[in-house]
Ligand binder design. Structure first.
Ligand code: PLP
Length: 498
């Protein structure tokens, strides 16, 4: 038997957790190899002289995080753990990346792709000369299942899949919408039949579609106000404005938007990011979700829920989507994207629509709405129906959780109490803000840049700028590894605090 953890029944840490940590450590250290079989629950419990329950619980946790896999006839085996460090050799910074360092960033979202891929694939930026880019929007590609994706995509290149080489259905491919309906229910408790799902080429496209469709429903005529969180994605705000909506900003509280502001706004449509407010990072409480749904019922309103990174929640109990709490299923238009859970380059998103909007979509979506490639849709459908998506999310959740933990620990050690961090319970970014006045956002960004770190302004997301804005900076960490994150915070601390 390979497993000999030192378990201490007197320890405050439960036995299952001690056992889980031990096995995880063995896997991370490479002593338990991918594919090797873990002892059965019965055998391990007998071997350790403990009951089966803690062994079962430890295995469940390892399975959930992707450290172990359960296969028919093979029992539980060690998963394909790929350490974050040492996968690729350090690479020279390209001229382009150097040039980009000299540009003061405007928004963290629209980052030139070359540098994004650089930072996602290059691993050790330990050298002072390598800029560490806390760009928002990068994801960790070192865990992307490239060979599997290639195989699934390859399986589309067969004569019987000739249809995938056409423009496709403006609503999205039927099989993909069926798979989405199932996935959204399992992953985010979204309850929506495939007939009410519309595929888009990213959330921005889905938002654009919803803005257009709204004008064909009773929500919109005569109601051109879109109530929105006081800070929000600048791209999504621009799309709403282009469609003639005026934005009514709602103040943010620690548990989400101020519902009183929503009633006062007179709007009948509201856009919100309840699972992880963008950019501030708060999670809307269950109580407030219910009040928001009550508002929609009271005024006959529509809630547009943008769940851009809801898969990645690290603290507390998982909170289902608002859409899933809407028992009547008629007042939430839910938008999900694969830009965070997979990678932005697939340009795939979906909207789960209430009946009125779904009818409008069937009647009014245009051939130009066929922006999401049927080939990518099919590949992702196969990825989802093969059970790979859930596994990938589980793995990425634990990868990002470790990165977030590294970031929060480094901030605590090196920047607190002079700086405060917010938004650390979910997603792939946080905000950092000085606790005392003195430095504004522009100064913080410039000092960081001089120290070889790129951080981004948060004030650009404010709908109506106010005096006193502009003190927080946004740090995305999805494309950085733990060493880069720690080194980046160390550089920030020596530059900002000295
Ligand atoms: C609030 C918000 N929603 C959605 C997205 C994802 O957009 P897309 O799906 O177009 O990549 C982002 C990322 O920039 C975002 O900040």
């Amino acid at each position: 038997m390979e497993l000999l953890p030192l378990l201490d029944a007197q320890n405050a840490e439960p036995l299952y957790s001690q056992l889980y940590r031990h096995i995880r450590g063995e896997i991370e250290a490479g002593r338990l190899r991918a594919g090797s079989r873990l002892p059965s629950v019965r055998k391990l419990a007998a071997h350790l002289g403990i009951s089966r329950t803690p062994v079962e619980d430890a295995y469940q946790q390892l399975l959930a995080e992707g450290y172990a896999e359960s296969k028919p006839r093979s029992g539980i085996t060690v998963g394909a753990y790929e350490p974050d460090f040492g996968r690729t050799s350090p690479r020279a910074v390209t001229d382009l990346a150097r040039k980009e360092r000299d540009i003061v960033p405007q928004s963290a979202c629209y980052h030139p792709p070359t540098a994004s891929i650089d930072s996602a694939l290059s691993v050790h930026a330990g050298e002072r000369s390598d800029p560490i880019d806390f760009s928002y929007g990068d994801v960790d590609l070192s865990h992307f299942p490239f060979p599997l994706w290639k195989k699934l995509l390859g399986s589309c290149f067969l004569p019987e899949h000739r249809d995938l080489f056409r423009y496709g259905d403006p609503l999205g491919e039927t099989g993909f919408r069926e798979a989405l309906s199932d996935y959204a229910y399992r992953a985010r408790a979204v309850v929506c039949p495939p007939e009410r799902i519309v595929v888009g080429a990213g959330t921005h496209h889905s938002t654009e579609q919803i803005c257009r469709l709204l004008q064909r429903t009773t929500y919109s005529p005569g109601h051109t106000a879109f109530a929105v969180e006081q800070s929000m994605s600048d791209g999504i705000a621009a799309i709403m404005r282009q469609h003639g909506y005026t934005l009514a900003p709602l103040r943010l509280e620690p548990d989400g938007i101020r519902i009183e502001d929503l009633y006062d706004s007179g709007a009948r449509i509201v856009y919100t990011t309840p699972s992880h407010q963008f950019p501030h990072g708060m999670v809307m409480s269950i109580g407030k979700r219910r009040r928001l749904l009550n508002w929609a019922a009271d005024v006959g309103g529509l809630i547009v829920e943008d769940d851009y990174d809801g898969e990645f929640r690290y603290a507390g109990l998982p909170i289902p989507s608002l859409q899933g709490l809407d028992a009547a299923a008629n007042c939430v238009a839910y938008m999900g994207t694969f830009s965070r859970a997979l990678a932005p380059a697939f340009r795939l998103s979906y909207a789960a629509l209430p009946p009125a909007l779904a009818d409008a979509a069937r009647a009014a979506l245009h051939p130009f709405d066929r922006l999401a490639s049927p080939l990518h849709q099919k590949t992702l459908e196969l990825f989802m129906t093969g059970g790979h998506m859930q596994r990938h999310i589980r793995k990425m959740r634990s990868v990002y959780q470790r990165k977030m933990a590294a970031l929060l620990a480094a901030v605590k050690r090196q920047l607190e109490p002079r700086f405060r961090v917010s938004g650390g319970s979910a997603g792939l970014h946080v905000l950092l803000e000085p606790t005392e006045g003195g430095r504004d956002e522009a100064q913080l960004i410039r000092l960081a840049d001089e120290a070889g770190v790129r951080v981004y302004p948060a004030s650009v997301y404010r709908i109506v700028p106010e005096p006193g804005d502009g003190t927080a900076v946004l740090l995305g960490f999805g494309g950085l590894d733990e060493r880069q994150i720690e080194e980046g915070i160390r550089r920030l601390a020596s530059s900002w605090i000295g």
